[in-house]
Design a protein around this ligand. Structure first.
Ligand code: ZN
Ligand code: ZN
Length: 154
């Protein structure tokens, strides 16, 4: 369970898929549900390895295809945080990302409309047109920071 604590019910997910004209196959529902419930921004490989345990007939191609359909319909977003590694996010609220370089966790940092507008304004002032924002900061998360400090103090 992700820190959002939100688990989409099959009924809600099926409804969302219908709105976007996505055929609600079991595999697609499971892929979406996994991304929704794991706010740690899983990779396609992590999604596959987790779901194969409950759907033994699942293929990697099906996982990739499902992700593609969900991303093309903008119900998940694709993030590139490290080179060559795409991660997936079902949090569609305005947010930035913070990656801990020690434990590797990627945290969502909520942003306000005003935060976005400020950045938008600056970009537009240069005559550029934004398609997608992708804010990533790196550093040490509070858990790792506390652990490091407590080790030093012993
Ligand atoms: Zn950490
Ligand atoms: Zn996120």
């Amino acid at each position: 369970m992700g820190k959002s604590g939100y688990a989409g019910s099959i009924k809600e997910i099926t409804g969302l898929f219908k709105e976007h004209n996505i055929l609600p196959s079991v595999q697609r529902i499971k892929v979406y549900q996994y991304i929704l419930e794991h706010s740690n921004h899983p990779t396609a490989d992590q999604i596959y390895r987790a779901l194969i345990k409950t759907i033994p007939s699942l293929s990697k191609t099906t996982v990739y295809n499902s992700i593609r359909i969900l991303a093309d319909n903008d119900i998940i977003t694709e993030l590139q945080i490290e080179n060559n590694e795409l991660r997936y996010d079902a949090n569609l609220k305005l947010h930035a990302h913070f990656k801990c370089t020690i434990c590797g966790t990627i945290y969502d940092i909520e942003l306000s409309e005003a935060d976005y507008e400020l950045i938008d304004k600056k970009i537009k002032a240069n005559g550029y047109h934004v398609k997608q924002h992708n804010f990533i900061s790196t550093g040490i998360c509070s858990t790792c920071y506390d652990r490091k400090n407590s080790l030093h103090n012993v």
